[in-house]
Design a protein. Structure first.
Length: 171
């Protein structure tokens, strides 16, 4: 009898821990962004969860910010609808989330011009290399086509955005 009641107690403890773990993971998923809107003209990025604004950030863009990215080296930030397709905790910048540029249409357009569409477009923080000149936070657009935020903001974004999150980049 004593073994049976001990078994029930252990099962109750394990069940409670599983319930806590499931509830905890559900809470994290409830807080995750479901959509990112980048407004290039306003230099703002807004994270949403099912239509409700979670957080808004000031951003810097590619050094040639007007217009859609057409090819590697044009220093433009793409425009259109993409997804976050990778997370890099070991980026050359303080954390990075990769945007799924180029899509098929982007690649075909660049190749029709005989050019490489480029890639590795990220949302990232400031450069990690202490020898790199640190740009004033948002005094000017300085990336090669990425979307940059302050390091503390990147940490917040990192915690709110999962692979698969939809991102729309508007002119």
């Amino acid at each position: 009898m004593r073994d049976a009641s001990g078994w029930h107690l252990r099962a109750l403890r394990v069940g409670s821990l599983c319930l806590i773990a499931v509830a905890g993971s559900g809470h994290a998923q409830q807080m995750a962004a479901s959509y990112i809107l980048v407004d290039k003209s306003e230099r703002e990025m807004t994270l949403y969860r099912h239509g409700h604004e979670l957080r808004r950030f000031d951003i810097s863009l590619g050094a040639n910010p007007v217009g859609h990215k057409r090819y590697e080296g044009d220093r433009r930030t793409p425009e259109g609808v993409y997804t976050i397709d990778a997370r890099n905790p070991n980026s050359s910048f303080h954390l990075s989330l990769r945007i799924s540029y180029p899509n098929r249409r982007d690649a075909e357009s660049a190749r029709a011009l005989g050019l490489n569409p480029g890639g590795q477009i990220m949302i990232h923080g400031m450069p990690n290399d202490p020898r790199s000149p640190t740009p004033a936070k948002f005094a000017f657009d300085w990336t090669d086509g990425c979307i940059a935020v302050a390091d503390d903001e990147m940490e917040e974004i990192w915690n709110l955005v999962e692979v698969g999150t939809l991102i729309e980049i508007k002119p």
